[in-house]
Design a protein around this ligand. Structure first.
Ligand code: PLP
Length: 458
């Protein structure tokens, strides 16, 4: 709408509005995923793009049974404002829950309830980042965290991942470089379990190494782990917080992927001094997280139904993960040199196309065939990721995953016909780690590192 005045009303247009906007609003990036979600809303499109949990995992009946009794017992209290740090009963239940995960001896004073983990990320940004501060994160990283930290004026310094998660040797190298230029990053951001977007898990050894490095360079570690309870294969690995002897780790957890995301309920585990700062930062943001939702979660935990609920959810996702992996293996020709990760849990896997193939061109071809994904560059704070893509397997049905994989393979085939794979990519099929590449293939090494590639599947 053009700017003008009509009977005293001012009509805003984009250019006029800019004069009112804050610097952070002017520089804020729109979420590519949200934008994409609008395009793929057509019912015929199979979306491997979003990250929605499967609605069939939501414990709707169990919650419906609880609601009347909560309303009756709690009465008006459930509908009143609550404490900013959260409901004491819920925090006590959460302390018991995390004790089962190796975090014993942590009382409610070291837990603050958040309006899910996204708010946890925002609050960490508000508490620790002064515009211009540096934050070290993965390449690739969760888009919502990059957005939250950038909104606080953070400079993001990305470090590549491989099949065992973010690489401590490269974190250390980066920290040395930054120190040389007089920069002291505030914190390292990691998603240790079944990372969004790459699907990889930080190995036990690397968790220890990262904490050592954090101590050596005096930085905090933000461990964001919404998928932690969603392991379908392999061994349980303790959280970074479980090794934290210096109080450096701030753990972000959430009900979004184990109950339902509309609950908007998460919690942060940290040292009491940090919790106190987070509470102070949260007050002006929302006063408190919905007390009614906290009541619901508290009572749900007290029923003891959560372990069964998580097990049921795991079973559903395990089947979906196996379906997409089997379909990709069946549909994607080995000679194409396409690779993808084989996650042990979570909701996503990461695919890398041969060098020179552009994931946004593939997306055009994929959308023509009614299948969607997110291009890898959306998850990179640098220029990387242009020949990678993220695939979600939690939301589509098993049948849709099979059809989606077939359509994606067809789209890749069509793109390869237009842009044949460079000859030396065939040689790089044996890629297992950067060190093993010869000098002549350094460019491939760089690409592979930047794109956080893990297993050679095809
Ligand atoms: C790594 C990561 N962190 C945080 C979030 C935010 O989750 P929520 O705010 O629903 O807890 C997500 C959502 O997908 C995520 O993948």
């Amino acid at each position: 709408m053009a700017r003008g005045e009509d009977a005293g009303l001012i009509f805003m247009d984009e250019v006029y509005l800019r004069g009112f906007l804050s610097r952070s609003s002017l520089t804020a990036k729109r979420s590519e995923i949200r934008e994409l979600l609008k395009v793929i809303a057509r019912p015929e499109v199979i979306s491997l793009a979003g990250g929605l949990p499967a609605p069939e995992t939501f414990p709707v009946e169990g919650l419906a049974d609880l609601l009347p009794s909560i309303v009756k017992r709690e009465g008006a209290a459930a509908f009143q404002y609550g404490a900013t740090e959260g409901d004491m009963g819920l925090r006590e239940e959460l302390a018991k829950l995390i004790a089962l995960d190796g975090l014993d001896g942590i009382g409610p004073e070291r837990i603050v309830i958040t309006t899910a983990s996204q708010q946890g990320l925002d609050l960490c940004g508000r508490v620790f980042i002064t515009p211009g501060d540096t934050v070290v994160c993965g390449l690739p990283s969760y888009l919502g965290a990059l957005g939250a930290f950038s909104a606080c004026g953070a400079r993001l310094s990305g470090v590549p991942l491989d099949g065992d998660g973010i690489r401590p040797d490269l974190i250390e190298e980066r920290l040395v470089d930054l120190r040389r230029s007089g920069v002291r990053p505030k914190f390292l951001y990691v998603v240790p379990d079944f990372q969004n977007p790459a699907g990889v898990t930080l190995s036990l050894e690397r968790r220890r190494e990262i904490l050592e490095i954090a101590g050596q360079f005096d930085l905090l570690v933000i461990e964001d782990s919404p998928y932690r309870q969603l392991r379908y294969h392999g061994e349980h690995i303790p959280s970074l917080k479980a090794f934290d002897r210096e109080g450096r780790v701030i753990s972000l957890l959430t009900f979004s992927k184990i109950l339902f995301p509309g609950l908007r309920l998460g919690w942060i585990v940290a040292e009491p001094e940090i919790i106190d700062r987070i509470v102070v930062a949260k007050q002006p943001v929302d006063l408190c997280t919905s007390p009614f939702n906290q009541c619901l979660a508290r009572e749900y935990l007290r029923t003891g139904a959560l372990p069964g609920q998580i097990e049921r959810t795991r079973k559903i996702y395990r089947e979906k993960l196996e379906a997409i992996l089997a379909a990709l293996e069946k549909e994607i020709d080995r000679s194409w040199g396409v690779r993808w990760t084989r996650p042990e849990g979570g909701l996503f896997l990461w695919m890398q196309l041969p060098p020179g193939l552009d994931a946004s061109k593939l997306l055009e071809k994929a959308l023509e065939r009614n299948v969607a994904f997110v291009i890898g560059s959306a998850f990179h704070c640098d220029e990387g990721g242009s020949n990678a893509l993220r695939l979600n397997f939690s939301y589509p049905s098993v049948e849709q995953l099979r059809t989606g994989a077939a359509r994606l393979a067809e789209a890749i085939g069509a793109l390869l016909e237009e842009h044949p794979v460079p000859g030396d990519w065939e040689v790089a099929e044996g890629f297992v780690g950067a060190e093993e590449l010869s000098d002549g293939r350094r460019n491939l090494e760089q690409l592979s590192l930047n794109l956080a590639l893990t297993e050679v599947v095809a």
